[in-house]
Design a protein around this ligand. Structure first.
Ligand code: GCU
Length: 663
């Protein structure tokens, strides 16, 4: 079990073998005056000693075998890529740039922590995606929107915090290949609007410099109404000449102070945020204006497609929030300038436990696009319930959009392989906070780790990632590793079973989004997401209903349009189905709802029991922390099971075939 420093996440560096060498470092074509290189060396120096007992030293003790970490510049290796190869003399690391060196060093340390000896390490890799980003939804008062791990470690009382944890955080992110971080919430309010003023430049610069040392660019979320909020103007119309001049001056000032800034993330015209619609302008008008202003500085504008009218009246059955992204953005495909990226949530709604892939991904063919997922467990258990999300992210990446004969998966599209564009990638709403263990639930760190690794290498499997994370974090014996790995891999479907069935989504407590409320929806007194009546449940999104299914390319549109071919896990997302409908298992829909809720609750108990079986294998404090969460998860699972089953039993009056208690 060893001693464990819970502040170090997967950079926990357990002793994995007793080495008998002494390391020296040789640089060819790189210099340690480059801060990224010197940070990489520093990480190697510290970690190799913890992992193997071997030191990096200019004057090794007599009798120690000389080992060299040779870091060489090889121009033919692609940007940020690396090649590492161990031998009895040490390890050769080649890369063409400093980020490649940093990632190569972290790869060496990962492989050793996962059980290889230094002479056995061998890996060649280059990132699947140009941009691999974390989006913080941190507010400047220290709170975090949808944060389940304490408060922000960037902000407190409208000040920026910089301490040892800042550097640790940058190390963690670099170790999983993250190269961009948005530090503040997309809902830019209050003091956050002033991040682009001299009130904060010095501190943001300090933060940006720390990030830069780990190959990470700092980004900020931007208030589209800044000309009004901080500029004292009476408009923020993106086509107004005086507004454009205001931005030109502002962005110059920003880059004079923050020369390494990556650019801005913008949420406009959504959930009360200002945007170009107010002035009768399009999303492209808004994004392009900012993009043109920032272009001379090499900056980019990441424009979110989470644009919908949250006050829509759901009594009208043709109204469909799922349609909104495509309806607003598809017609403007090709109108966006080269340094704009559209950031698209994985599904058309909002990070539910199961949704179809957004039809905008690949639906756009002439626009840079980026996939947004949520590592923060807003709708997936608040980092109380176990929910390893990498299988979900993988499903999205592997989805065939049919936008092309080949190279048509989401992974192909956002990486740039489909359209040959240089800008694109993946973003996650991050799940960290200032809790000592960073993610509240220790096991939720698997999602933080997993997102980074997956964005760097979309070919990795959810299981490979889980095993890497377990080995580095807990260094468990094989049998215990297998148990924990299986828990992680089963957890998403278990959560799905006891919450909302077959893609229907929500049924969750309004605003808070934890625990059941079958009819709950914060924005409307009238609407329910599930549209259940006494005969059936689900939303008709076919060509006879809202027409949403027709937003896909024909192959998928056809599949989704017919309840007989629609993937069953999405049946209620696309169709209004009678309770007596027979599923492929031969069960009726209502029996499936009952059974899956009983099963999910039982399986949640199984997860908790599995965790108990690990009691002696994991450090006591981790055992206790996670156990407390499982206790809460079991309450939650029971509550979901009973509320959902009773609700539908009362709606349809059809009893459970197995005669179990439904209230
Ligand atoms: C969800 C979430 C909000 C968030 C929004 C967004 O609706 O509940 O808190 O602001 O997504 O992605 O912008």
């Amino acid at each position: 079990m060893g001693t464990t420093d819970w502040t170090q996440l997967w950079l926990n560096y357990h002793r994995v073998y007793e080495g008998d060498g002494a390391w020296n470092i040789a640089l060819e074509g790189f210099s340690d005056t480059d801060v990224v290189i010197s940070n990489a060396i520093c990480e190697f120096r510290k970690a190799i000693e913890l992992l193997t007992g071997e030191q990096v030293s200019d004057s090794p003790e007599a009798g120690k075998k000389a080992l060299t970490l040779k870091i060489a510049k090889v121009a033919s290796i692609s940007a940020e890529g690396y090649s590492i190869k161990g031998s009895t003399n040490g390890i050769d690391l080649s890369a063409s740039d400093a980020n490649g060196v940093l990632y190569g060093v972290f790869a060496i340390l990962r492989l050793i922590a996962c059980g290889k000896r230094a002479d056995e390490v061998a890996e060649t890799a280059s990132p699947s995606n140009p941009l691999r980003m974390m989006n913080h939804w941190d507010n400047m008062d220290g709170s975090i929107e949808r944060g389940y791990s304490g408060n922000s470690f960037f902000f407190e009382n409208e000040e920026i915090i910089i301490n040892d944890r800042t550097r640790d955080y940058a190390r963690f992110m670099a170790s999983i290949g993250i190269n961009g971080i948005v530090i503040n919430n997309v809902n830019v309010k209050g003091a956050a609007s002033y991040l682009i003023t001299d009130r904060y430049f010095d501190k943001v610069k300090e933060l940006s410099d720390i990030f830069e040392g780990y190959g990470i660019k700092l980004y900020m979320s931007l208030n589209f109404a800044s000309p009004i909020e901080i500029g004292g103007m009476d408009t923020c119309d993106p086509l107004d000449r005086s507004v454009i001049s205001w931005w030109e001056k502002k962005i110059k000032e920003v880059y004079d102070n923050l020369p390494h800034l990556g650019g801005f993330l913008v949420k406009a015209d959504s959930e009360g945020r200002p945007g170009p619609f107010t002035y009768g302008r399009t999303q492209a008008d808004g994004a392009n204006m900012l993009a043109d202003v920032i272009a001379p500085y090499g900056g980019i504008i990441i424009w979110r497609c989470f644009v919908y009218n949250c006050t829509q009246d759901w009594r009208d059955t043709k109204t469909d929030r799922a349609r909104a992204g495509y309806d607003y953005f598809k017609d403007l495909d090709g109108a966006y300038h080269d340094n704009v990226i559209l950031q698209i949530k994985n599904g058309p709604m909002d990070f539910q436990i199961r949704e179809p892939v957004s039809p905008l991904l690949g639906g756009l063919t002439k626009t840079n696009q980026m996939l947004e997922v949520q590592a923060a467990q807003e709708y997936t258990g608040h980092q109380i319930d176990l929910c390893y999300l990498i299988p979900l992210f993988k499903e999205v990446l592997d989805f065939h959009t049919h936008c092309n004969e080949e190279k048509d998966t989401v992974a192909d599209i956002v990486s740039g392989r489909t359209m040959g564009n240089n800008l694109g990638g993946m973003s996650a709403v991050i799940n960290t906070g200032n809790d000592m263990n960073w993610t509240g639930d220790d096991l939720a760190a698997a999602n933080t780790y997993g997102f980074g690794r997956l964005s760097f290498n979309t070919e990795l499997t959810a299981e490979e990632i889980a095993r890497e994370w377990i080995a580095q974090t807990l260094n468990l014996p094989k049998k215990e590793e297998d148990i924990l790995c299986s828990m992680l891999l089963r957890s998403r479907e278990i959560y799905e079973r006891y919450t909302s069935p077959l893609g229907i989504g929500w049924m969750v407590t309004p605003n808070g989004h934890y625990g059941p409320s079958v009819d709950g929806y914060e924005y409307s007194r009238w609407g329910t997401y599930h549209r259940a009546d006494h005969l059936g449940i689900g939303v008709d999104r076919t060509d006879r209903g809202t027409g949403y299914a027709q937003q896909y390319y024909p192959e998928n549109a056809k599949l989704y349009n017919d309840p007989n071919t629609c993937p069953e896990e999405l049946l209620l997302f696309f169709h209004h189905i009678p309770y007596t409908w027979k599923l492929k298992t031969g069960k009726t829909l209502i029996q499936h709802i009952y059974d899956s809720h009983f099963q999910g609750e039982e399986e949640a108990r199984g997860l908790a029991a599995d965790w108990d079986s690990l009691k002696d294998a994991v450090p006591e404090e981790v055992y206790k922390r996670v156990k407390e969460r499982f206790d809460l998860q079991l309450d939650n699972a029971r509550e979901w099971r009973d509320q959902v089953n009773s609700y539908f039993y009362r709606k349809c009056g059809i009893p459970d075939e197995k005669g179990r208690t439904i209230y």
